[in-house]
Design a protein around this ligand. Structure first.
Ligand SMILES: Cc1ncc(C[n+]2csc(CCOP(=O)(O)OP(=O)(O)O)c2C)c(N)n1
Length: 313
């Protein structure tokens, strides 16, 4: 990873964290419509994988992958508008959180049905191959989500067809309140079904970036799908309404010491690269303006609720 990429990655990870912190404030003020889903501690996993892609590649994120959307140009204001349910949000107030797509930015909308995006993205990858396009499809899945039938069907299809698909497995300690050993035998990497598999420290931004870049290269060479298992930890509950009382405090302390942001900063410092000292302040100022604008945005009009839901004659 070169200096410019490392700086962009650090900025994307910090922006993800600060955007989510701002969302938590809005949640506590009773302004968001529903809970807030964090990716605290997992910012490297979401951002560094997306950062390794080319502009024509396509992603399908999940709820913990807000960072990947910011990397591809989604703005914090769009995210605030979504959480506030406003008419000018990307989904026009019909959907919540990061559940929206953007064809222009190569983003397939996240869905709630875990695993469902794996066959969808295998299909996207198949279309690239059929058209002879040098493009890669990427999606993410948690340890819990990797227990679904759709995960197996989609990844198996991609393996058999040698499709340019990267599946990022987020082994983050819990699925809601269930630890992996209560719902799967063995490790997540054993679910690869023959896909080339890399296991990386998901809190090490540089290592995640290298794995994703390597995975993308393999896909472009026609060698079939890549499964990148990121060992990381969900530092908050499933969402803000969950106080994670089922998580051992010692475990949280251990993972706090492996926070991906200071780790990337230290990795950069070893190379003599520094993070601009005003970066946090600058991002915070932009976020304040974005949150204010979103709070002033209009509510959806009830009579427009079904617009775009049904095909018109
Ligand atoms: C097919 C399906 N089953 C159940 C759910 C309900 N559900 C939503 S999130 C979640 C836990 C997901 O855990 P994991 O995949 O490990 O991801 P994490 O939340 O840890 O990032 C569950 C069971 C769902 N959305 N889809």
């Amino acid at each position: 990873m070169d200096r410019e990429t490392a700086l962009r990655l650090y900025e994307a990870m910090l922006l993800t964290r600060l955007t989510e912190e701002r969302l938590v404030k809005l949640f506590r003020q009773g302004k968001t419509l529903g809970s807030v889903y964090r990716s605290l501690g997992q910012e490297a996993t979401a951002c560094a994988t997306a950062m390794a892609l080319g502009p024509d590649d396509v992603i399908a994120p999940l709820i913990r992958n807000l960072g990947s959307m910011l990397v591809r140009g989604v703005t914090p204001e769009e995210i605030f508008l979504q959480y506030l349910g406003r008419a000018t949000s990307p989904s026009g107030g019909r959907e919540h959180n990061n559940h929206f797509g953007s064809v222009a930015r190569g983003i397939i909308a996240p869905t709630s049905m875990l695993g469902a995006l794996i066959p969808v993205m295998a299909g996207v990858a198949l279309s690239f191959r059929q058209r002879g396009e040098r493009r890669v499809a990427m999606t993410w899945i948690g340890d819990g989500g990797s227990s679904t039938g759709a995960f197996y069907e989609g990844l198996n299809f991609a393996v058999v067809q040698k499709l340019p698909l990267i599946v990022v497995g987020e082994s983050n300690g819990f699925a809601f309140s269930t630890p992996p050993d209560r719902q799967m035998a063995g490790r997540m990497s054993m679910r690869s079904q023959g896909a080339f598999t890399l296991t990386v420290d998901g809190n090490d931004g540089a290592a995640v970036f290298e794995a994703a870049a390597q995975g993308r290269q393999r896909c472009l060479e026609g060698k079939g799908p890549v499964f990148i298992v990121c060992e990381t930890f969900r530092m908050k509950g499933h969402a803000e309404h969950d106080d994670q009382r089922y998580v051992d405090l010692e475990l949280i302390a251990q993972w706090a010491a492996r926070d991906p942001l200071p780790r990337l900063e230290a990795w950069m410092a070893q190379r003599g690269w520094s993070v601009p000292s005003d970066l946090g302040r600058r991002l915070e100022a932009d976020l304040s303006a974005a949150a204010e604008a979103a709070l002033e945005a209009p509510w959806p009009e009830p009579h427009k609720l079904s617009n775009g839901v049904y095909a018109s004659e």
